[in-house]
Ligand binder design. Structure first.
Ligand code: LLP
Length: 450
C-alpha cells in the first residue's frame, strides 16, 4: 500500500517515508504489514481453492527472521521453517507452536538437534549422519537433553520428551531450474539432502526405528524461480517417492515441495502470481495420487522471498556524489553491502525512487554507491533518478527478503533499525544498533590494556 502524498512524498502504510527517516534515522527498513499479510492470505487461499486435502504454508524465516515478522505470519495461520538454533529460538520466542515449526539444515549441531527434540518441532533430516545422530540422541533420553539444551531454553515453555521424534526426509530431486548458481539446490550435486537412490535403504532404516516417526518427504529446488514447470516436475517425482514408502509400511502423510517462487525486482521481471504457482502443483499431486491410488498427503510448501520481499523497502539518506565526466556519476548513500549484500553477492538488481521528489522527472543516470570501503559496494548501477541533493531520501524497493537476515557489521556499521507500518502507524521492530552494540562481544585481555 504505497502512494504519493500532497507533499510529493512516498507514503507506505499511511506513513510518510521522509518523516519516518526523520524520526527513526537511516538506513531504515520499512515493512508494510498489509503487503505481508496479503501474500500470506494468497498462499492460504490458493491451497484452499485448489487442493482437496490438508495444506500448511510455512514461512521460510531465513528470508527475514525476527519476532515481529514471525508473529505476523503466525497470526495469518502460517507455520515456520527454521534452519538454525537461532531461527528456532526466534520462532518459539514469537509464540509459534512447535507443531508448526520445521527445522532444516545440512549440518545441524548436536545441540541444535537437542533443542529441536526438546521443543517438539519436526526435524527435516538431511543426511545419514544426522539420522544416526538422532537415533543416538533419542536413546540417551532426557539426560543429555537437559544438560546441553538447558542454557538455551531457560525462558521458554517446553513440550519436553515428545518421543518418538517427528522427522521428515529431505531428498535431492535432480531437477534443474534457471536461477543464480549460488541459490540452486535441487540439482544432484547439491550439498543438501539424500540421494533418491538411497530411498530403499532409508525407508528400511526408518521403519525399524521406534524412536523416529517419519511423517513426510521434503525437497527444495532453488530460489527466485520464474518457470512453473520445475515445481510441477518436482510434485510428480515426490508422489512417486510417496508410493514407494507405502511398500515399507511407513505412514508418510506429508509432502513438502519447498519454496522458490520468484518476485519482481525490476520492471522486466515477470514471475507467476502466488495463485499461478500453487494451482498446478496441487493439480499434479492430485492427479498423480489418483493414478497411484494414494490418499492425498498433507501438502506443505515453504516460501520465503515471495511472502516478504515486496513488503519492505530500505530508506537511505543521500550524501556525497562524484561526477566522472563522460563516464559515470556516483551518488552515495549511508548504507550499502552491510544492509543489502545481494547486489555484491548475486549481482541482484533493484528499483529505486527518491522519496521526497516522487513526481520530479527522472533526468539523471547515476550509480548508487554504498559507504563501505570496497569498490564493489554498489547498490544499483545506472539508476534513473531526478536531480538529487544531499539529504534526499533514496528508497530501494523490495528489500524484505535476504536483506536484514544477511546484514553484517562490515566496517563496523551498526545494523539499521526496522519499523512495521500499518494504517498510518509505525512501530519499531528492530532497534538500530549502537556503537556500544558494535563492541558488545569484544574482549580486551588484561595484558593488552594500556
Ligand atoms: N526451503 C528451503 C529448504 C530453502 O533452502 C529455501 C531457501 C527456502 C525454502 C525459501 O526459498 P524462497 O521461497 O525464499 O526462494 N540468499 C539468497 C537466497 C537463498 C535461498 C536459500 N534457501 C538470495 O538472497 O537470493
Amino acid at each position: 500500500s504505497a502512494k504519493i502524498n500532497h507533499q510529493d512524498h512516498l507514503e507506505i502504510g499511511g506513513c510518510d517515508v521522509t518523516t519516518l527517516v526523520q524520526k527513526f534515522g537511516s538506513p531504515l527498513y520499512i515493512l508494510d504489514e498489509e503487503t505481508l499479510r496479503t501474500a500470506c492470505r494468497q498462499y492460504r487461499e490458493s491451497f484452499q481453492r485448489y487442493y482437496q486435502g490438508e495444506a500448511q504454508v510455512l514461512y521460510a524465516s531465513k528470508a527475514w527472521s525476527c519476532l515481529a515478522v514471525c508473529a505476523i505470519v503466525a497470526s495469518e495461520g502460517l507455520g515456520i521453517d527454521v534452519v538454525s538454533g537461532g531461527e528456532l529460538y526466534t520462532a518459539l520466542s514469537a509464540g509459534l507452536s512447535p507443531e508448526k515449526i520445521y527445522f532444516h539444515g545440512n549440518n545441524k549441531s548436536r545441540q541444535e538437534l537437542l533443542l529441536a527434540i526438546q521443543s517438539g518441532c519436526t526435524i527435516v533430516v538431511d543426511n545419514w549422519y544426522e539420522l544416526r545422530t538422532l537415533v543416538e540422541l533419542a536413546g540417551e533420553g532426557d539426560k543429555e537433553t537437559t544438560r546441553q539444551g538447558e542454557e538455551f531454553f531457560l525462558t521458554l515453555p517446553l513440550s519436553h520428551s515428545c518421543s518418538p521424534i517427528r522427522i521428515m526426509l529431505r531428498l535431492t530431486p535432480g531437477i534443474e531450474c534457471h536461477t543464480h548458481e549460488y541459490i540452486r539446490t535441487g540439482h544432484l550435486d547439491s550439498k543438501f539432502g539424500f540421494d533418491p537412490g538411497d530411498l530403499d535403504e532409508l525407508f528400511t532404516f526408518v521403519s525399524n526405528q521406534s524412536a523416529l516417526n517419519c511423517v513426510g518427504l521434503h525437497a527444495h529446488i532453488g530460489s527466485q524461480i520464474f518457470e512453473r514447470q520445475p515445481h510441477q516436475d518436482l510434485a510428480a517425482v515426490m508422489v512417486q517417492w510417496l508410493s514407494k514408502a507405502a511398500g515399507y509400511g511407513l505412514s508418510i502423510t506429508e509432502l513438502n515441495v519447498g519454496g522458490g517462487l520468484g518476485v519482481k525486482y525490476i520492471e522486466s521481471d515477470d514471475p507467476p502470481s502466488i495463485e499461478e504457482w500453487v494451482k498446478p502443483i496441487c493439480e499434479v499431486i492430485q492427479t498423480a495420487c489418483a493414478q497411484e491410488n494414494l490418499p492425498l498427503p498433507k501438502l506443505l510448501c515453504e516460501p520465503g522471498r515471495s511472502l516478504i520481499a515486496s513488503a519492505c523497502v530500505t530508506a537511505y539518506t543521500i550524501g556525497s556524489s562524484k561526477v566522472i565526466p563522460d563516464i559515470r556519476t556516483y551518488v552515495a548513500v549511508d548504507g550499502g553491502m552491510s544492509d543489502n549484500p545481494r547486489p555484491i553477492t548475486y549481482q541482484s538488481v533493484y528499483r529505486t525512487v527518491v522519496a521526497n521528489r516522487m513526481s520530479v522527472p527522472c533526468t539523471e543516470t547515476v550509480t548508487i554507491a554504498g559507504k563501505h570501503c570496497e569498490s564493489g559496494d554498489i547498490l544499483i548501477k545506472n539508476a534513473q533518478l531526478p536531480k538529487t541533493e544531499p539529504g534526499d531520501i533514496l528508497v530501494v524497493m523490495a528489500t524484505g527478503a535476504y536483506n536484514y537476515s544477511m546484514a553484517s557489521n562490515y566496517n563496523r556499521l551498526p545494523r539499521p533499525a526496522a519499523v512495521v507500518v500499518a494504517n498510518g502507524e509505525a512501530n519499531l521492530i528492530l532497534q538500530r544498533e549502537t556503537y556500544e552494540d558494535v563492541i558488545r562481544q569484544d574482549c580486551l585481555p588484561e595484558r593488552l590494556k594500556s
